[in-house]
Design a binder for this molecule. Structure first.
Ligand SMILES: Nc1nc2c(ncn2[C@@H]2O[C@H](COP(=O)(O)OP(=O)(O)OP(=O)(O)O)[C@@H](O)[C@H]2O)c(=O)[nH]1
Ligand SMILES: [Mg+2]
Length: 313
């Protein structure tokens, strides 16, 4: 039997640890550089809307992205217990609010603004109705026709009662550029009707929206194979490439960024790709057209190649 030297074991462990760290650090630097290159091409911060059922982790995800970016957890978006609507108002978390590094060049980077809204209630969806409460709310939000701080719970009630809403003119600073659909991995529920509604509504706009998805609460599901299957399934359901989906365990108060920040920053890099195009729908039939964003510029990063014939951006 060969005797092991505990001193050597520690050294090997330390060495392997340092290797792992340096590899991770290398990747982190690489991702940061990719993200910066993308951001430099963006003329003004994009408005990113978080959409999903209540309690799925939309607000937590905003705080998670900011933690990965700034290295420090702070409450920017209000988090609840997951049972009741904790975000009820339209809350814009502007990049100026969370991004203020000392370095002037970094400070000038156009990181996204996040628009946090109420969890869309599946009860307000109806597959047989064209103009549901959810689609009316979405229509107003996507077009920047609601002011910041609008009470969305109250608005939903009024629309449900059939009350007429006086539409405000479009506020450019609140018009949505990108949609991130948030689904919780805690249960196996997928809000099909809601997803259809989101797509149908975005299709009605003169320009469509790039769509991404985040599957939160990955800590509630330990089966990696199941997670990947679910990711694939959701990608098919909302007709986006799997690489536009992030599986994520959100940070919570008191946590500092760890290895998961690399994946979060990678996701953000895709979100901030200056050549993002609107999604092409297959669930809802539309003419094939490529919507161009106002600030589309020549690509600086390699666009992700399409897979399985489904459109990517
Ligand atoms: N375990 C775990 N809990 C999470 C995660 N993300 C969010 N939560 C918890 O889920 C609950 C709801 O989170 P929120 O971020 O408030 O969810 P929301 O989608 O913004 O909720 P509404 O604003 O009410 O629609 C809170 O108790 C969070 O702490 C996660 O990744 N893992
Ligand atoms: Mg919320």
């Amino acid at each position: 039997m060969t005797e092991t030297n505990p001193e050597n074991e520690t050294k090997v462990d330390e060495y392997q640890g340092s290797l792992a760290n340096s590899k991770e650090d290398e990747r982190r630097i690489e991702v940061w550089n990719e993200l910066k290159a993308n951001l430099k091409e963006i003329k003004k911060p994009k408005n990113v809307l978080l959409l999903g059922e209540y309690g799925t982790g939309k607000s937590s995800f905003i705080n998670t992205v900011i933690t990965a970016l700034t290295g420090k957890y702070r409450y920017y978006a209000d988090i609840g217990s997951g049972n009741l609507h904790s975000t009820t108002r339209l809350h814009k978390i502007s990049c100026k609010e969370y991004w203020n590094p000392e370095n002037e060049e970094d400070r000038a980077l156009n990181l996204p603004n996040f628009i946090d809204i109420i969890g869309l209630d599946v009860q307000l969806s109806n597959p047989y109705e064209r103009d549901t409460v959810n689609s009316q709310i979405m229509n107003l939000i996507l077009n920047g026709k609601l002011s910041e701080d609008t009470d969305l719970l109250d608005l939903g009630m009024k629309l449900k009662e059939g009350k007429k809403i006086v539409e405000k003119s479009e506020d450019e600073s609140l018009v949505i550029d990108i949609i991130v659909i948030v689904v919780s991995l805690e249960d196996d529920k997928i809000p099909h009707t809601l997803l259809d509604e989101i797509y149908a509504e975005s299709k009605k706009r003169s320009r469509q929206f790039p769509v991404f998805a985040v599957l939160t609460k990955s800590d509630k599901c330990n089966d990696q194979e199941k997670l990947e299957k679910k990711k694939k399934y959701i990608a098919e359901e909302i007709s986006i490439d799997v690489r536009k989906i992030l599986i994520c365990k959100n940070y919570h108060a008191g946590q500092n960024p760890d290895s998961r920040d690399v994946e979060i920053l990678e996701f953000l890099t895709k979100l901030c790709d200056p050549c993002l195009k609107a999604v092409k729908l297959h669930k809802v039939e539309v003419e094939e057209e490529q919507a161009t964003l106002p600030d589309t510029v020549a690509p600086t990063s390699t666009p992700i190649p399409p897979t399985n014939g489904c459109s990517l951006m």
